[in-house]
Each structure stands twice: as structure tokens, then as C-alpha cells.
Design a protein around this ligand. Sequence first.
Ligand SMILES: [Zn+2]
Length: 887
Amino acid sequence: MKFPVALLASAAVAIASPAPISAQPSQQHDTVDASVPTQLPRTAIPHHYALTVTPHAERLTFDGKVAIDLEVVAATRQLVLNAADLKIASAALRPAKGGTAIPGRISLDAKAQTATIGFPKILAKGAYRLELVYSGKINTQANGLFALDFKNKEGKDSRSLFTQFEAADARRFLPSWDEPDYKASFDLTVRVPANQMAVGNMPAATTRNIGGGLKEVRFQTTPTMSSYLLFFASGDFGRITKRAGDREVGIVMSRGNESKAQFALDAEAQILTHYNDYFGTPFPLPKLDNVAGPGQSQFFGAMENWGAIFTFEYALLDDPAITSESGRQSIFAVEAHEMAHQWFGDLVTMAWWDDLWLNEGFASWMENKTTEYFHPDWGADIERVASREGAMGLDALNSTHSVVQQVRTVEQANQAFDSISYAKGESVISMLEDFAGPDVWRAGIRRYIAAHKYQNSRTTDLWKAVEAAGAKGLTAVATDFTTQPGIPLITVGQSQCVNGATVVTLNQGQFSADRKQEAAASPLAWRVPVKATAGGAPTQAVTAGRTTQLKVPGCGPLLLNPGQHGYYRTLYTPQQARILAGHLPELAPVDQYGLIADSMTLSLTGYQPMPAGLDMLNAMPANGSAKVVQQVVSRWDGLYERLDGDPAAQAAIAARVVRTFGPRLGELGFAPKAGEPAVDAVLRPTLIATLGKYRDPAVLAEASRLFAAWKTNPDAIPGSLKSTWLGVIARNADALTWDALRERAKSTSGTVERTSLYQLLGRSRNEALARKALDLALTDEPGKTISAGMMTSVAAAHPKLAIDFVLSHLAQVNELIDISGRSRFMQRLAGSSRDPALIPVLQDYANANLAESDRKPIQQAIDRIRSESAQTARIRSESGAWLNAHS
Ligand SMILES: [Zn+2]
């Protein structure tokens, strides 16, 4: 699964928390590991599901029947399986060898999301077939079977259906043992309108007309797999295909959008061939589709269903009317992510959600690694470090968690899809690959996939495989970073030049944003692979204990973590930092990025004064690497926001950014240039948006000119910059402008463009217009999956307004967010706030709406606000002085 790619929202609400999942005592059974936590008694194991589903799209319901071949592994009077929001009409059990059906008595437990089928006598161990006839709901958000409405090629209203099951929503589609280690094969049959296309994990085996305007499609049997990977979609689709070796790859999209899918199709074929080699085990299914859905989720952007990836259109289709260069790059990255899951997650699956990071960390790492391999000019190495910074933002708080964590409820499984599982997972894997060396690492991955294919595994299985491939000592490092939370802090002591080498003592502690003193007094301990250069070849040592001596060849500027694969922060002496700042222009962009990130973060959290970070930031030349300049501009803007309430300091920052980076934008030009470097095409919108925010007259004049032209000619603004220029307009909009934008949003039929325009309506700085956007979000106008994104958009500039609004319309807002995204919606709305007055509001919300075990996202939001607001006074006075001295 992949996080929402664009800036999205989600809404918060009362979460019905399912019963806690407990580790069951060991029972005898064949393939399922009894030590894995489960909600279900381990008395039976499913092997095969034969499932027929008939959707009634107009009524938003469906009928189903399923025959489950299973093994009773412990004598029992009842079978317990998962079911949510299903009505089961009948249940019958037959011995596999034949014999009379035993009728079952059905009882449903909505809270536990289970169905218990009771039988008149004890079932002996052995093979049976359980037959269930049932019905269920089609949802309007992305959980279970869900509908997305859009205008088709002819401009008519059209409804397509899709499924989304991770983490625990297959149980909304079929009664099933819906936990990842109950792997089984699936025969899916669907009855859909004869003029629609149906897509499943496997190619269709048979298709026949059954009258009444319907056809019946039976898909080929899947390999054995986890229930959360099952997929079905039907709609007014087109499909384009290509060969990748002996497999077919395809993109499925709403009919008429075929040309927008070519970029994704080409990438898919390229990546599949590459992965067949990397993993050493060829893609095991006959075909791989990527299915585009028109809409959004607050929980995810794409999902790795085996053989039939699902991706929202905005993250898959390259639409010349609206897709930016960074959007186009993310199409490639998201495909690389979901396709990595076809092996890592689908072929080999974590035994339980405790190890979710193994899926997500690996796919996130592979995403940037593969992008760097095919598109070295896109700066994916810097994206990898940006991910690390995102992870560290959360990992520096007291309410963080370890990468491998305990998950005991469905809601906790949903919450595990966070930046620790994804981005810290990615960073740790990146560090371990660097430690092992890429060839040994890949040999270990091949070994791991071969040993566990079609089965489940745990984190420790991966370490064993890589260590067996030759990475001595890897398990110790990996264990320290995955089983305990937090970030090592390496404090560099005074260095000396001795016989042409730099000799230095490293002191290891723990970096914390909100409990610095406690972390300093009793830090966690890690074995950290630390690398350093001093002008010569890099040297590496694994730290042991609080101090480590390092002898680094050369006596040049001492740089730790060259290449930025290490997951730690580095605090230099003031003198070392000054030397590094002096040499910053000569460093590799990835190290410039890492050094600035470390330095600014250490200043903002009080590990060093603000001037140390600002000097480093200021040392980056405006004509340097586009990716790093983008970061520098964003960091200045972050400081601008931190200085809210100090207009003089804000004005000084705005003037500095315009003065320093305006000329760079002048060189790039306001419009895309044919054949320009991809990183320039990504830097341009950052500069336009930031300078527009600081009311640079040249940018505002160009925005007004383009907007006026666009009102009569939709092609007046280049598609790749449309949301950027309209973002400048929306931010400064008056009521007339806002109304014009809304009219255009209303009349736009392309889902991706339409969604962007509605989200822009939430961007206004003007509070009355922001309020209008919130009201509009609750109407039917934007569409069921767009509204939540509008609220998030408002929250960027008006967090308190958006939160108050959501709290006073909680029930309505909840309907606009997928169930699995609800608990994080409020965290996201609070994301731009540093107002301590929000803390009790968030606390009350959590107490009233979330089970105690499910409040982590809210606690993280509170911890962040508390730790950042505690630094505000110091940041203001120190930054103000620096700005005065450097004006
Ligand atoms: Zn994923």
C-alpha cells in the first residue's frame, strides 16, 4: 500500500474498536503458526475459496455465495471466521469425502467482526466444505467493495466498482479467515453488466452471457495468498497492454483515458523485467494489471493486490491537463513500490501486522532504489533522505514506536501504516544494504524470497537470510534499529590530524525533540554503522558503547554519514560545522541535503543555537543542485511559519528568499522549457509557490495574467503548472476569484483535474472563504471522495477553523472518509498547528471517540505541538538576531 501521494485529508470519528486480538494457545494444525496472534480460534484452516459475487451497483448492495474447503485441525462444535457488515442467510458443512450437509446456526458479532457457525454435534478433525450464502454493502469510501462515480467518455454518469481489503476489509466482501497467515487459493466468479469490463487478480478463465444484460466472468484460480490481496473491479473501462518477457502487463482505466496511461504502462513493463532479475524468482502470475480508480482515499494512494494493483487516477494517469513533473515522477515511484510488493508482501507475506514494516519499509526502499536506477537524473537519492527526515520527525517524539511493534486490534493494524513503518523502515533497510553491500544484500533477498515463497515470514527470517548470504554482524545492527524506537545522536568530539589521518572520538547518545534531558541521562543504545570521510576514502565502524574512536584517512573537512545511508543525527563542534559550511558548495548534493537537515533540526530542537543551523542553510548557493535548493527554500519557509506572530522577522525572511532565489526562478523562467532537466521542472513550482506566498510582484503579476487568460481559454496555463499558478491565485483570492474557480471546478469532467480544483478552494488565506470551502465540502457537489481533501486543504492555513468545523459535523464528516483513515484525519488536520490551545481539544476528541489503545496518532499530534511550541520563544529571539545581523 502506498500513502496518499498528493496532499490529502481524512476525517475523524468514533471508531468502533473490534475486540482485542490475543495470542491463542498452541493448537495442532498444519500450516498456520500458532505463535502468531489471531482473533480467531485456531481450530480450522481454509485452503480454497470458490466465490460468486453479484453486485447491484445502483442499490449499493451485493449478493454472494462461497464454498470454503477447509481443514478442521482440532475437534470443535463451531467454526469462527471473520465477517463485517455482511448478512449470512445460510450455512452448511459437508465432509470433503461426501455425505449429507450439516446445517449450521449462524451468529454474528459486529464488534468483533466475526461470524460463528455452530453445529449440532462435534466436528471431528478432517477436511470439509463450508457453504455460505450472504449479502453485503457496497461502500462509497474505499473499504471492502466500493463504488466510484465519474463522468464517462460520453459525459454520462458512470459508476465503477473496486475492492480495497488491506488491512482487514476482505471480511466486508466475503466471510473468511481474514488474517494474513491464513493463505488460501481463490476462484472468483462475478456477474456484472455485459457492457462492462471485469478485472481480477488472474485472467478470466470463462466469460458467458447469462441474460438480463449480465455476463458471468470466472477468473482463473489464484495461487495460495492472503485474503487482503484479493481484488475485483468492474466498470466502463479501457485496457492497454504490453509484453514484459513472457508476462502481460496492463493498465486499466476509465474508457477514453488510454493515452494518459501509456507512461505508466511503459514503466510497468520496464520495472517487471528488472524485478524478475533482482528477486531471482520470476513474477509468478500470468499477468499484472494496474487498475486506475477515479477518486481519492484519506488512507492510501495505491494497493498491491496480487496481479491487479489498484491506484487512484491521480497517481497513475499522466494527464497533460493537470499532471506536474513531480506528479509524473511519482507515477513511476508508486508503481515501483506496488510492484515490489508483488514479491515482498504478496509472494512472501508477513505473518502478522507486527511486521507490517517488512512489507512497507522494503517497498518504500525499493521505490527510490528503482527510480534512481532508471532515472538517475530525478534525484531519488535525495528523496530517500527526505523520507528519513520525515521518519525522524515522528521518531524524535516520546509517542513514537519501534519499527517492529505490537499490533492487537484492527484499528492498530490500520494505524501501523505510518511513517515509522514506511520511511524509517526504508531508512533502516537503506543503512543495512549499505552495511552489507548491494550484492550481498541482493543475494540475501533472493535467498529469503526462495525460502518463504507462498508462505509467511517474520523480520528475523530476513536477517537470517542476509547474514547467511555473507553480511556478518547485520542481525545485531538490524535488531537494535527495529526493536527499539528513537534516533541515535552522534556527537563529534575535537578532532586531530595525526600522520595524515583525522583522529576523533564519537560520543553516542539519543536524539529527542520532547524529552531531551531524559534521553541524555539514560539514552537507548544502538550498534550504529558510522561512516566518515576527511578528504580521503570513507571509513566505517560500528559503534559499541558510549564512545568510539575513529581514525579517518585525510585531514580535510570531517564529514559523517557521507551518502546519508545512516539513521542517526550528527552534532559537530562549532568549529567543525563552520569548516563544513565553508565547503558545503563542493559536497555531493545528497550530503548537502543531509547536512542542512541535521543542522537545522538540531537548532530547532535546541541541541545547538539557531545561528549554527542558519549559517549552514545560508551556505548553500542559490545556483546549486535544484533538489537541494528546493529543500533550502522549504526550510526558510518552515522557519517563516515558526515565526508566525513576528511580522518583522517574517518580512526579513520573505525579502531574503525573494532576493536570493528570485534570480534562480528568473533563469528557469515561468513556463516549462522543452528538454530541460527534470529537477528544474520540479524546482520551478516550489519557487513560484513560495515567492507567490511572499507576494513577489513579478510572480503575482504573472499569476494574474495567466488566470485572466485561463478564464476564457482552458489551455492558457501549462498543465504541469496549473495547480501551482492557480494555487497562488487561490491563496490570495477574493470572493469573485473564488467563485470563478468554483465554477471551473464544477464544470470540469476529468476527475484528477476536478479534484485539484476543489482542493484549491480550501487554500484561501481569507477566513470567510476558507469557511465557505468547508461548507461546500459537506454538500454533494464535490463528490464523495473529494470532500475530505478540501478540509485538509483548509487546515493547512486554518487548522483551528478546520478542526472546529469537523468536530461540529463529526457524523457527516465520517461518512466522507474511509473507515481505516478516520483516526488519523484529526492528526493530519492538526499537522500545521503549533497552538497549545489545540491540545485539550485534541485530547477531548480522543477521549470521546477513540478507544484508549487507539489514540496514538492523536498523542503524536499533541507531543509535536507541545515540543515545537516549547521552542518558539528561543527560536524567535535567536533567529531575529541572526536575521538582523545578516540583513
Ligand atoms: Zn506499500
